[in-house]
Design a protein around this ligand. Structure first.
Ligand SMILES: Nc1nc2c(ncn2[C@@H]2O[C@H](COP(=O)(O)OP(=O)(O)O)[C@@H](O)[C@H]2O)c(=O)[nH]1
Ligand SMILES: [Mg+2]
Length: 260
């Protein structure tokens, strides 16, 4: 657990973008309105549709908007890690993960920041009481629920929406979870981060959100990304379960030793 009295004043909302030209202006305007004091970092992977240039235009007229130009598409996880590093270097107290496509509603941010006063990280959650998804086709709903179930079974997580990508992190929490060791480039990244937070004893809170399927642009979800997430979760899960088993055996041995 970190020092919960640490300042939460300087907030950075990180938006990873890949071909989000139809969304980038809409989402930044909504974030600026919802939390006027917060800064925004758009982490663009050299989107062929010109999202990076649009972001530069926004940054040129608003000193609360910043742009991180990355050389090419390396996955959402890699973009977030680069964004976190930038934000930590700049001295922000809170770093927020926020999709560009309108699925994450910035109007939840004030509530998430309030909740962060008594937690180390706050996740916007579709699967706690009051949370929901809207407009998702059945296969996406099943993929998300299945992914969460898979993760919870392997890792024994208490978090209901471990794969969700809407989260507010204290800088101190991010500094405490060894970002350099994060393996997943795609969506397994969310599980990787929250699993690290839990293992390090940080307080993870979930607040209900309504997740709305994007109106503009297309999803970057792919079979490769799902495969990576499943493989990594299974590997972490096996390691975790084997660790539990050897702990159990050691305890048994100690007990037997005590008696003899
Ligand atoms: N920089 C960067 N952003 C990405 C990449 N893949 C996805 N994103 C962004 O991550 C967010 C979530 O991706 P999205 O395609 O909407 O995934 P979905 O909501 O699971 O269908 C969006 O803002 C995307 O533009 C990537 O490789 N690089
Ligand atoms: Mg999306």
């Amino acid at each position: 657990m970190t020092d919960l009295t640490a300042s939460l004043e300087r907030v950075l909302v990180i938006i990873p973008t890949y071909n989000e030209s139809e969304n980038v202006q809409l989402i930044t305007a909504r974030i600026r309105k919802a939390v006027p004091s917060a800064h925004i970092l758009i982490a663009d992977d050299n989107s062929p549709d010109g999202t990076g240039a649009l972001a530069d235009g926004l940054a040129a007229t608003d000193d609360h908007i910043h742009v991180l130009h990355r050389k090419g598409k390396e996955g959402l996880g890699a973009a977030y890690i680069a964004g976190f590093r930038w934000g930590l270097e700049q001295g922000y107290d809170v770093l927020i993960e926020h999709d560009a496509d309108g699925s994450h509603q910035p109007e939840y941010l004030p509530g998430m920041l309030e909740r962060l006063k008594t937690a180390d990280v706050v996740k916007g959650s579709r699967y706690v009481k009051g949370g929901s998804t809207k407009g998702w086709p059945l296969h996406r709903e099943l993929l998300s629920r299945g992914g969460n179930l898979w993760t919870r079974l392997w890792l024994g997580l208490s978090v209901k929406d471990a794969t969700g990508g809407f989260a507010a992190w204290r800088a101190t929490t991010l500094r405490g979870i060894d970002l350099a060791g994060v393996e997943a480039a795609g969506y397994g990244f969310q599980v990787d981060l929250i699993w690290r937070a839990l293992r390090n004893g940080f307080i993870v809170a979930e607040v209900p959100i309504e997740f709305i399927e994007r109106e503009y642009g297309t999803s970057k979800m792919s079979g490769k990304i799902v495969g990576e997430a499943m493989l990594l979760t299974t590997r972490w899960g096996l390691k975790h379960r084997l660790g539990q088993l050897s702990g159990l055996v050691r305890r048994q041995d100690t007990k037997t030793g005590d008696r003899s």
